[in-house]
Design a protein around this ligand. Structure first.
Ligand SMILES: N=C(N)NCCC[C@H](NC(=O)CCC(=O)O)C(=O)O
Length: 447
């Protein structure tokens, strides 16, 4: 087994972070529509999480935000003239499309891509596929920059491959790592890749939600497994419980999280709980690991409370000195069921023996918790040395990014501000400087 570490690539929140209610099926996004956001605070909250986890010895990196507004999208939809004209016309005729073009949603990097580490793939390289996110207009073009960014960071083709995204059509709805978990006895050991889907496009009799959309299809998950060269004996596909999608569980990472040999999940997470656990146990036996299932019952934490607190949208991290820490948002402490449950969990003798809590309220109000904000990339020491080094979170990088945020970000954005041409100029200026700070010239196609 090779020595490997799990890097968490957190999304740096972009300067246009706002609440536009764009995600039907995501309760928080809907409830906070049109309230005022604070992009500066959002970015600083995310950076504080990265800094503390890096200081604790976890491998931590940053994924840069994307250029906003998305003028390419606006012009493709017929808004024309100068940039200022485009913004004014879009605001007048379709403020919701303008909000889509301005969304800072790439901050949720769990949706940026699916990643398979080299110990799982047939060719021994790390494989990435950017998610097409085709279920929502405001996210459907993220894959263009995500692919470009991943290719800039993981440019060494002897070690890394960044595939083209899947076709952007409902049959291949793909939301990336939010519906993908990897189990292994250690980050560098052969692992089991676990894909959870919400519907089967070509089998209308398969379970699917009635009220809210299922964003991930089985067909998409299978295509990723093929592209990444995964071994079928070490790959498990499971259907999400459609009833919980209809209660606001729009990604599996809102109701389950895994790490090492541990699956922390709600009893209602899967359409077939026993069958899913059984398939995982069998696959894990093939890599000499025993599944440790930490099940949360409905009478301990009702689904509505899991969704409101984001208990399962936590990061489960293997600590350098053994044991696992659960990284949760403050909202978990504020929910009576969840807070009580967490106390019993830590005292209960499972592998999870510590809680780390963060204030991520700005992101949480759009339905993005600690796990949404990060993309996991397990890398051997050689692979880590071969990736772009300028995005690794250090005290030095943190000390550059905080003043950068303070220089460029507003502390108040409400819907009417999206019509202000000055905001677009501020966003472009910020990213031009960020390219230099991260040592990534040409990262963006800035005009
Ligand atoms: N669970 C994971 N991994 N990611 C959370 C993504 C939240 C995101 N919210 C938004 O896109 C809201 C944007 C707005 O309404 O302004 C989404 O629904 O896709």
């Amino acid at each position: 087994m090779r020595n490997a570490r799990e890097f968490n690539f957190d999304g740096l929140v972009g300067p246009s972070h706002n609440y536009a209610g764009l995600s039907f099926g995501n309760v928080a996004s809907f409830n906070n529509v049109k309230s005022a956001s604070n992009p500066r605070q959002a970015a600083l909250q995310g950076l504080a999480k990265m800094r503390e986890l890096a200081a604790r010895g976890f491998a931590q990196a940053v994924l840069p935000p994307q250029a906003r507004p998305n003028f390419r999208l606006l012009r493709r939809l017929g808004f024309s003239g100068t940039d200022a004209d485009v913004l004014a016309q879009a605001y007048r005729e379709s403020p919701v499309i303008l909000a889509c073009a301005y969304s800072a949603s790439p901050m949720w990097t769990a949706n940026a891509a699916t990643v398979s580490p080299s110990s799982d793939t047939a060719d021994g390289r790390v494989h990435f596929t950017a998610a097409n996110l085709n279920n929502k207009l405001h996210r459907a073009e993220e894959h263009i920059q995500s692919t470009r960014t991943l290719r800039a960071l993981f440019a060494n083709s002897d070690r890394f491959v960044v595939h083209e995204p899947l076709p952007s059509t409902p049959a291949f709805g793909d939301e990336g790592a939010a519906n993908h978990t990897r189990f292994a006895s250690a980050h560098g050991a052969a692992g089991v890749e676990f894909f959870v889907y919400g519907k089967v496009e070509f089998d209308p009799s398969a379970p699917s939600p009635k009220k809210y959309p299922a964003r991930q299809t089985l067909e998409a998950s299978q295509a990723i497994a093929r592209l990444h060269g995964l071994d079928s004996a070490r790959t498990v596909f499971a259907s999400q419980n459609p009833d919980v999608i209809d209660q606001g569980v729009f990604h599996n990472d809102v109701i389950a999280v895994g790490n090492g040999n541990v699956l922390f999940y709600h009893e209602q997470a899967f359409a077939n709980e026993a069958g899913t656990l059984d398939a995982l146990r069998r696959a894990l036996a093939g890599v000499d690991a025993d599944l440790q299932a930490v099940r949360v019952d409905t009478n301990m934490v009702p689904v509505a409370d899991a969704v409101a607190s984001y208990l399962f949208n936590s990061q489960l991290l293997s600590k350098p000195d053994g044991g696992m820490a659960l990284v949760v948002p403050h909202e978990c402490r504020e929910n009576a069921f969840v807070s009580r449950y967490l106390e019993s969990l830590i005292a209960g003798g499972s592998a999870i023996d510590e809680l780390i809590e963060f204030d991520l309220r700005q992101s949480m109000r759009n339905g993005g918790g600690p796990a949404c904000l990060r993309l996991r990339v397990a890398l051997t020491d050689d692979e880590a040395a071969a990736m772009h080094q300028g995005v690794i979170m250090t005290e030095d990088l943190y000390a550059k990014l905080v003043p950068w945020v303070e220089r460029h970000y507003r502390d108040h954005v409400e819907p009417k501000d999206l019509a202000d041409p000055q905001l677009a100029i501020e966003c472009a200026t910020a990213l031009e400087e960020l390219e230099r700070l991260l040592g990534l010239p040409g990262l963006y196609e800035l005009n």
